[in-house]
Design a protein around this ligand. Sequence first.
Ligand code: DAH
Length: 334
Amino acid sequence: MNIPEIKKSFFRELGKAHDAVDIENVRVAYTGRNGKLTAILRSLGIMPLEERKKTGPSAQALRKEMEEALKEKTNALAGSGGRPASNVDLTAPGKKFSRGHLHPLTIALRDVRRIFSSMNFSVIDGPEIESEYYNFDALNVASNHPARDMWDTFWIKQPEPEEKDPRKHLLLRTHTSPVQARFMREHTPPFQIIVPGRVFRYEATDAGHEINFNQIEGLVVGKNANLANFKFILEDFFRKFFKGKKIEFRYRPSYFPFTEPSVEVDIKLAGGKWLEVMGAGMVHPRVFEYAGYNPRDWQGFAFGMGLDRLTMIKYGIPDIRFFYSGDLRFIKQF
Ligand code: DAH
């Protein structure tokens, strides 16, 4: 390249430079140690005198011109909001000032609701102060049945004389299952619902037990709802909840008064051990009868899982009591 060509290409490239790095690259390419103009300046010494007299001054003049243009461009970028020579990027998006965040149980609950809603489930509520009838009788747990011992119960103090009617005898619900009975009384299948909610147990607390925790109940009733449907929905739910992590499932026979047959579901995440995550089964015909359905007309499945437990598994939380401790050292980790 001769000098006019070098000049032309230098200004073309400098014109395209958008930041300090681009400018530096142009500088190196033309006036750096192996730069295009530098090569000509270096060769002046071996040029015939006549040529040197012609080339020398114009090469020197171009060098000066280039240096000035480089300086000018650098200043122009710094002044016009372009990326300046320092590495502070004024065009980067601002940082949001954090005003706190949701509790991990709330985050997990929102995930659960979103996933089931996407499968066309409705999200239903029920009362935390419940009658003995809905908490037990309507779920096929007779008052003299030893299965009642599966749920250590906080009873609401009885008026005098003692109330014998289970519909008036109150307690803090020990599970979300009573909402199955309440919902069925007022709706005709087919339907699919989940019932997230707070439940209470009269128990000693430890790393795995609290007197107050959260469950997610599920109920699907229709003409054909079956355990194969249950397996599909459940496994789809868990894969989404654990964001596509590899999960193995295990189904064990179990007993609940309100389902027949009943199963217990275990999951295993990569590298972990088997963890019990829910009880489930086909809705017991007696439960349909209590709801006013003819069990020959309908069939369905139900399930119940602990939201606290799911959240503990998801985030690796070792003790359920952290959720309710109000300890900022815990809360701030989410
Ligand atoms: N209510 C049960 C409990 O708290 C959990 C459960 C088991 C719910 C089986 C269900 C079910 O709906 O079908 O221990």
